[in-house]
Design a binder for this molecule. Structure first.
Ligand SMILES: [Fe+2]
Length: 259
């Protein structure tokens, strides 16, 4: 599996605090079936200052893991605060992208509110052939109340990255329902761990994939955790969205709850 969102780098954000925590996370990735992980530290300020720090931390983790014989492909990306889109010039935005083909920009979805300029900014990114990914959009209370707004962004080509803690209910029922809703509608293209050391540790990609399989037995989970991540990183078009089959457990559970 390929994890496209995790906080493994030491001492750089609210993820691993030091190298021993980073290495513990790297080992957990390997033990739970992850072959490639993109480290995506929070980028909340001037990228020209932050990116060199992140690159240094990334090289150190990669070296420490390889010296210990830990076989995990690591990549470097960023989880960029959405508000920075309004502040940065195009060259700065491009410097925060990653991927081996078409540049990818992973954006942290705010937990409340959605700026009025944001739809246009996402459209402009696509015009410049940058693929925008929204990290954990299921946690935004506006999208929870009005899921059609998020569905519309997905239709326009914004990639929705659902995260495992939401799927497992670690952020409450509303986030879990929103994650399942957009999965069942075939609008979520990626599942990622967003794992942090010391919290959300059960949010492994393996546990997330197992939950999707449990609730949607016919859903092609590999598309979320393997095929689409691979395509995304290579700059290839993503596979068409999958729809949950009729009679899946989540729909049945929702019906019961609404009775
Ligand atoms: Fe994150």
């Amino acid at each position: 599996m390929i994890d496209t969102h995790c906080h493994i780098l030491p001492g750089i954000d609210d993820g691993a605090r030091d190298m021993s925590e980073s290495l513990a996370m790297v080992k957990t990735c390997v033990a739970t079936g992850v072959s490639h992980a993109v480290c995506t530290p929070h980028l909340t300020d001037d990228p020209s200052a932050f990116i060199p720090q992140a690159k240094r931390a990334f090289s150190e983790v990669r070296l420490a893991a390889s010296l210990r014989g830990i076989r995990l492909d690591l990549g470097l990306g960023y989880e960029v605060d959405l508000n920075l889109l309004a502040e940065f010039d195009p060259a700065s935005i491009l410097s925060c992208t990653f991927g081996f083909g078409r540049p990818i920009l992973l954006l942290e979805t705010p937990y409340a509110g959605w700026p009025r300029w944001a739809d246009r900014a996402l459209f402009d990114l696509r015009l410049r052939e940058i693929t925008p990914i929204l990290a954990h959009p299921e946690r935004n209370e506006g999208f929870q109340r009005q899921p059609e707004r998020l569905s519309e962004l997905a239709r326009q080509g914004v990639v929705l990255q659902i995260t495992v803690p939401s799927l497992l209910g670690q952020f409450g029922r509303k986030a879990r329902d929103a994650a399942l809703r957009h999965l069942s509608r075939g609008e979520a293209a990626l599942l990622a761990s967003d794992v942090h050391y010391g919290r959300l540790e059960t949010a492994t990609l393996q546990n997330g994939a197992a939950e999707v399989r449990r609730l949607f037995p016919h859903y092609p989970v590999e598309r979320l955790v393997e095929e689409n991540p691979r395509r995304l990183l290579a700059g290839h078009p993503l596979l068409p969205p999958a729809l949950a089959g009729r009679g899946d457990r989540w729909t049945a559970c929702l019906r019961k709850r609404m009775r």
